[in-house]
Each structure stands twice: as structure tokens, then as C-alpha cells.
Design a protein around this ligand. Structure first.
Ligand code: ATP
Ligand code: MG
Length: 416
């Protein structure tokens, strides 16, 4: 084989594509019910948009971005995530002048130069939402509830909802001090990245994936013990609304998330079906980011769903889920019958029913074999006798029932 796809990228083929489409259409339906509108932002942006928002000492910016100079020597980056471009667009298009909150969802590919492995790709897809202009914990709770509904619609159960609050710029300094003093005796044993982060951004040590740092952070101070009064009451109200909405969750005080822009609420949804890359949804508040980007002070919250991981779960729990197969397969013997079959298929298709035909004048037996392989629900059989009598035989391949329908009425055929 002469050509192959690049390492860490993948084609999405049938039948998997039906699961993707189902997940995407369900997201659109549910998110729209909550007032989220679609936004499409570019795949390429100026590099500094990501460096400024995600943070210089994060994994993404330090080692995962696809950054290159364009022909005019500008530094361009293939988007590694969706929040920064949406925030850029929100400010650039003055969307803050519209009534608050403004709620958007996006869907598309993201790019990160990571070591490819199960659940981790270099081009992967996310569906995400961003809501601007409401600081109230009610919005945080609604967003979690929306995710619950979305996942239920896809018949995914047994996911864990983990929540936390990482406070604001008022509570962060004391917490950082506590972390620095906790790690002071362990610095030498931290991984080289965290050794640097210890000085610049000690919070990042909590998110490090190396086994040394995972071990060393056991017993570290909890951010939830350092929240200021406002952040504390925000978090308490958020949790109480989750209770009222009957959402089962787990408070995980060590979940700080891999991006610097988060404030207050953070959350992740994890699944036991995914092995070690088990986070399928991740998000949180970023109340300062719009202002830091040069917009007006605007609280905001969002999340992103990792689509490959979501599809993997659906394949695990509902293997037969929405595999599209022809409703009707028309098997014809002889060229006249074959033409009649074509006309019937066209009529059925114009009514929106999926119809498939036999080709190449093969035997009835091999046409029926193909109908079966395609997972057809019904087969129509047309031969000389049927042409003469004007009646077509149909058979339900799922339950074996059969009957007849007039050739002229075939377009009116309904699933029984
Ligand atoms: P992780 O801890 O798995 O590296 P992250 O903190 O980098 O995740 P986010 O940037 O918050 O992840 O992205 C949100 C979601 O997007 C993740 O929970 C995951 O489902 C998905 N995701 C992130 N990176 C990848 C990747 N390289 N390949 C596939 N999916 C990914
Ligand atoms: Mg990552």
C-alpha cells in the first residue's frame, strides 16, 4: 500500500458513522432545547490565542500544539480545543451586546500532538458548548442536567459525574501557597515538567499524568478547603441544585483540569468502559477569560465531549445501536422485472424509505443472500409471474412473515 493516514488520525467509516451521526443529531436536539445555538469557528487561529487562554505551562501549550508559520511567517495553530476560538469570536463580533446569556454549541475536529493510543488521537472530534453572561450556579446545574439528558438519550448509563470548585483569583493565592509548602520537600522527586511548574504554576502538578507525581500528590491540600466566601456559597448552591435535579455526583477536590482558564465549577464525566482514557466530557467555568481577551467582564461556562470516547462507549453498551440497514431490498429476475424494481425503488426512496436493488442479473438466491447481509428488513421479489399478475411478493426477513402488494401500490408500502 502506497499511502496511509498520518499517525494518530483516523477515518470514520460505516457502520461507525451512524453512531457518530446519531450522537451529533442528539446533541443538536438536546442542546437546542436548552437554548444553545450552533457556532462555527475556524480550525486555524493565531497561536497566541491558545497560549494566552490555555496557559503557557499546560500540557497542551507546552507539547501538544500543531503550530507552524504560514507563508507570511505568522504563527498559526490548528485548534487544540474550542473554547478559545469561541471566546475570540464572541468578543470580535460584539456578541456581548446581545441579551445575556448567549449560549453556543460547536462540533468539529481538534488537533493535539499527543502519543497516539486508545482514546487519544492527534485529530479528534469534540462537541462542546459555551454559555456567556450568567454567573449563577443555576446555569452550571442546568448544563450538568443537559449532559445527563443527552447521555440518557443515547442510552448510556453508569457514568460518573465528578464535580469540583477551583475558586477564583481571590482564593487561589492562599491555596497556591499551601501547595508550594506541601510539595517543597518533594520537588526533587517531581517529574521534570512539574519541577518547572512548581515555581510557575503549582496547580498543574495536580493534573500531571506521570506516576511519580500521582503518588507524590497523595494527601495534598484540597482546594475546597481554601474557597473564599463567595466561591464557597456558589459551590454549595450548585451542589444543592444538582441534588434537587436528582443528579448523582461525586465531589473530587483534586480535579483541577488541564487548562489555566478555569474558575469555580469544574466537572468531568468518566466511564469504566474506556480503560485508562476514561474522561468523556470535561468542562467548567471561566469567569475571567473574556475580560483577559479584551472583552467586557463576562462570566462563562462550557464543556467539551470527546466524540471518539463517546462513540466507543456507545459501541460497548449498545453494539447494535442505530446501524442503518436498507428497509426494503428488491430482488428481480429478468431485465423487465429489474426495470420494474428500479421504478419501485425510486418511488420508495422519494418517500424517504431506504431501498436497495440487486445488480448484475445474479440468481435470486444470491440476491437474497445480499439482502440478508445488508440487514434488510423486507425483501420484494419480482419475476415474470409477478409482472403478469401485477402483484409483488414481500417477505419480512426479521420475523419470516410474508404477503403480497400490488405493483402500483408498492410506493405506499409501509413498515408493518
Ligand atoms: P486528558 O486528561 O484525557 O488528556 P484533557 O484534559 O486534555 O483530557 P480536554 O482538553 O478537557 O481534555 O478535552 C475534553 C475531552 O476531549 C476529553 O475529556 C476527552 O474526552 C477528549 N480528548 C482530549 N484530548 C483527546 C485526544 N488526544 N484524543 C481523543 N480525545 C481527546
Ligand atoms: Mg490532554
Amino acid at each position: 500500500m502506497k499511502y496511509s493516514a498520518l499517525k494518530g488520525v483516523h477515518d470514520i467509516l460505516p457502520p461507525d458513522i451512524y453512531i457518530w451521526q446519531k450522537a451529533e443529531s442528539t446533541a443538536k436536539e438536546i442542546f437546542s432545547a436548552y437554548g444553545f445555538q450552533e457556532i462555527r469557528v475556524p480550525i486555524i487561529e493565531s497561536t497566541d490565542i491558545f497560549v494566552r487562554s490555555i496557559g503557557e505551562t499546560t500540557d497542551i501549550v507546552e507539547k501538544e500544539m500543531y503550530t507552524f508559520p504560514d507563508r507570511a511567517d505568522r504563527s498559526i495553530t490548528l485548534r487544540p480545543e474550542g473554547t478559545a476560538p469561541v471566546v475570540r469570536s464572541y468578543i470580535e463580533n460584539h456578541l456581548y451586546n446581545l441579551p445575556s446569556p448567549q449560549k453556543f454549541f460547536y462540533s468539529g475536529p481538534m488537533f493535539r500532538y499527543e502519543r497516539p493510543q486508545k482514546g487519544r488521537f492527534r485529530q479528534f472530534y469534540q462537541i462542546g458548548v459555551e454559555a456567556f453572561g450568567a454567573a449563577e450556579p443555576k446555569l452550571d446545574a442546568e448544563i450538568i442536567s443537559m449532559l445527563k439528558l443527552f447521555l440518557e438519550r443515547l442510552r448510556i448509563k453508569e457514568l460518573k459525574f465528578e464535580v469540583n470548585s477551583i475558586g477564583c483569583e481571590k482564593c487561589r493565592p492562599d491555596y497556591k501557597k499551601a501547595l508550594v509548602s506541601f510539595f517543597s520537600a518533594k520537588v526533587a522527586d517531581l517529574c521534570p515538567d512539574c519541577n518547572r511548574r512548581y515555581i510557575n504554576n503549582p496547580l498543574r502538578i495536580l493534573d500531571c499524568k506521570s506516576s511519580a507525581c500521582t503518588e507524590l500528590r497523595k494527601g495534598s491540600p484540597k482546594i475546597t478547603d481554601y474557597l473564599c466566601k463567595d466561591c464557597q456559597s456558589h459551590f454549595e448552591e450548585f451542589l444543592s441544585l444538582l441534588n434537587i435535579l436528582h443528579i448523582t455526583y461525586n465531589v473530587n477536590p483534586s480535579m483541577v483540569r488541564g487548562l489555566d482558564y478555569y474558575t469555580r465549577t469544574t466537572f468531568e464525566i468518566t466511564s469504566e468502559h474506556l480503560g485508562s482514557q476514561k474522561t468523556v466530557v470535561a468542562g467548567g467555568r471561566y469567569d475571567r477569560l473574556v475580560e483577559e481577551f479584551g472583552g467586557p467582564a463576562t462570566p462563562a461556562i462550557g464543556f467539551a465531549i470527546g466524540m471518539e470516547r463517546l462513540v466507543e462507549i456507545i459501541k460497548n453498551v449498545n453494539p447494535e445501536f442505530c446501524i442503518l440497514s436498507p428497509k426494503v431490498f428488491i430482488a428481480a429476475i429478468g431485465s423487465k422485472a429489474s426495470t420494474e424494481g428500479l421504478l419501485i425503488a425510486e418511488k420508495l426512496r422519494s418517500k424517504g424509505m431506504q431501498a436497495e436493488l440487486g445488480y448484475d442479473n445474479v440468481s435470486l438466491k444470491s440476491q437474497l443472500r445480499r439482502a440478508d447481509k445488508l440487514g434488510s428488513n423486507y425483501v420484494f421479489i419480482i419475476g415474470d409471474d409477478e409482472l403478469q399478475s401485477g402483484m409483488i411478493k414481500w417477505k419480512n426477513l426479521k420475523d419470516g412473515s410474508q404477503g403480497e402488494i400490488g405493483i402500483r401500490d408498492a410506493a405506499e408500502f409501509r413498515e408493518l
